[in-house]
Design a protein around this ligand. Structure first.
Ligand code: IPE
Ligand code: IPE
Ligand code: MG
Length: 240
């Protein structure tokens, strides 16, 4: 499927992707898990390019969850090394494409080097306008909601916020990245039918598309297909 077969009048504003299946891809090819993560970086480039071409406002990518620390030290280190490599290779181009990078997740627990890299990405691209690339690193949906609750409680305690001010908009404003529309389309690769703690608050009414394609095999045509599937759905938002 090509981008020509997509109705550009009914695009999702925000696409979120749970990039899953790197380990199974590596196993299938008789390679170490890390090789799967390496191959997955090429899919990230394809997804970013495709969204930019089509005119998607925001793309959120689940890169590392708060639960992924349970993996071997070796794999975790490899994942963060690859993140650094990806930034070194891609940031210039992302900036040239006028894409703004935002990072979503807990900063505590990340190394100084990683934090420095991430801050650099955000600062360099802060004024870019074509698209938002929102990367979830050390991210958990429950942690995000708990952190928002804590921030709101602190404001109430300091007298800057009244209890009666706390509503859905107030909670949304205290999430890690406040100014994004909710995802309209949530894609998960590798066939798993679960959220794995991703954007629990924001995906309330997202259309979910699960593909069996493993993340390292995911290319533009798969994204186009997911958007076409999204466009075939009837969204009701609780109305009739
Ligand atoms: C997704 O691939 C990448 C991350 C979670 C960082 P996995 O590593 O989860 O691959 P599978 O699920 O083992 O195939
Ligand atoms: C979700 O994938 C996290 C990321 C894609 C970063 P996992 O592979 O960690 O999720 P589970 O363990 O299958 O639920
Ligand atoms: Mg997985």
């Amino acid at each position: 499927m090509t981008s020509n077969e997509i109705d550009t009048g009914r695009l999702p504003r925000h696409i979120a992707i749970i990039m899953d299946g790197n380990g199974r891809w590596a196993k299938r090819h008789g390679l170490p898990r890390v090789a799967g993560h390496e191959a997955g970086a090429r899919s990230v480039r394809a997804a970013v390019e495709a969204c930019r071409e089509i005119g998607i406002e925001a793309l959120s990518l689940y890169a590392f969850s708060t639960e992924n620390w349970r993996r071997s030290k070796r794999e975790v280190e490899a994942l963060f090394r690859l993140l650094g490599k990806y930034i070194a290779l891609e940031l210039d181009n992302i900036h040239k494409e006028d894409i703004r990078v935002t990072i979503m997740g807990r900063r505590e627990g990340l190394s100084k080097r990683v934090l420095g890299d991430l801050t650099h990405c955000e600062e360099l691209t802060a004024r870019n306008k074509s698209m938002v690339l929102n990367v979830a690193i050390n991210y958990g949906g429950r942690a995000e909601i708990a952190d928002a609750a804590k921030a709101i409680a602190a404001e109430v305690q300091a007298g800057r916020l009244a209890l009666s001010d706390i509503d859905e908009a107030c909670v949304a404003k205290h999430l890690y990245v406040a100014d994004l529309p909710d995802p309209d389309l949530l894609i998960r690769t590798s066939g798993e039918l679960r959220l794995s703690n991703f954007m629990l608050w924001q995906v309330s009414y997202a259309e979910i598309v699960v593909t069996r394609v493993l993340w390292p095999d995911f290319r533009k045509r798969h994204l186009h297909r997911a958007i076409a599937e999204f466009q075939s759905r009837r969204r009701r938002f609780g109305g009739r």
